[in-house]
Design a protein. Sequence first.
Length: 268
Amino acid sequence: MSRIAACFTRLRATGRKALIPYITAGDPNPTVTVPLLHALVKAGADIIELGVPFSDPMADGPVIQQACERALAHHVSLRQVLEMVREFRRQNDTTPVVLMGYLNPVEVMGYAVFAAAAAQAGVDGVLTVDLPPEEGHDLNKQLRDRRIDPIFLLAPTSTAARVKKICDAASGFVYYVSLKGVTGAATLDIEAVADKLKSIRAVTGLPIGVGFGIRDGASAARVAKVADAVIVGSMLVSKIGALAGTPDKIAVETAALLGEMRRAMDEV
C-alpha cells in the first residue's frame, strides 16, 4: 500500500479528514524548507504538497507567483527539490509528499530520469498542473512503474465525461479546484462544492481533496464536512512571504496557522 493510500485508510478509521498544506520549495530560501515541512507535520499536516518553483506558474495567483520568484532567486531547481524530499525522509518515512508543479522542468530532466529520482528521494505523488491525461500517458507510466501516484485536477467546469476520464487516469487522490480562477482568488461556495463532489464520487472511489479558497479554520472546517481532504496553500504562502525577512520565525508562525485549521477540522 502506498503512503497516500495508507494515510487515507488511517484517517477513515478514526473519522478524520486529511489536511494537506502547500508550500513552495526554497521559499524564501532553501534552508527554510525542510525544517518547515517537519513543523507542518507536527502541527497536523497529513500529506505535504511541495511546490516546484517555476517561472510561469499559470494556475497560481500573485502570492504563489511571488513565492516562486523568491525561490528562483536562489536558483532552486527540480533536483534540489528532490534533495529536500530526501532530507525530509531521513527523519520522516511516514508522511506522504506530493510534488506539485509544471511540466517543463520534468521534460528537461526526462520522464524516466525524473520518476526514478523522485522514487529514490521518497516522493509519493506528482501533480503536473499543465499536463492533461490525454498527453500524460508516458509520464504516468513512468510514475506508476515506480509506485508514484499521478494526481490530477478537476474543475467546477469539468463535464461528467471529463471527470470520469480524469479520475480513471488518477491514483492516490483527486484534487478538486473549488473556484474558477487562480490560487488565492474569490470566495468559497460550499454548497456548490458539495454538489460537485457528489457527482465526482459517482464515478470514482478515490479520496477527493478540495483546494483554492480555504483561508482559515472556519473555511477548512466547512470543507472537511464534505471532502476527504482540505488543501491549503495561498494563506500559508502569504505568511511565509510576510516573514521572508525574518526566516527564523517562519516555521513557528506558519505551523500555528495550520494548527488552527487542524483543530477546527477535528471539531467538525
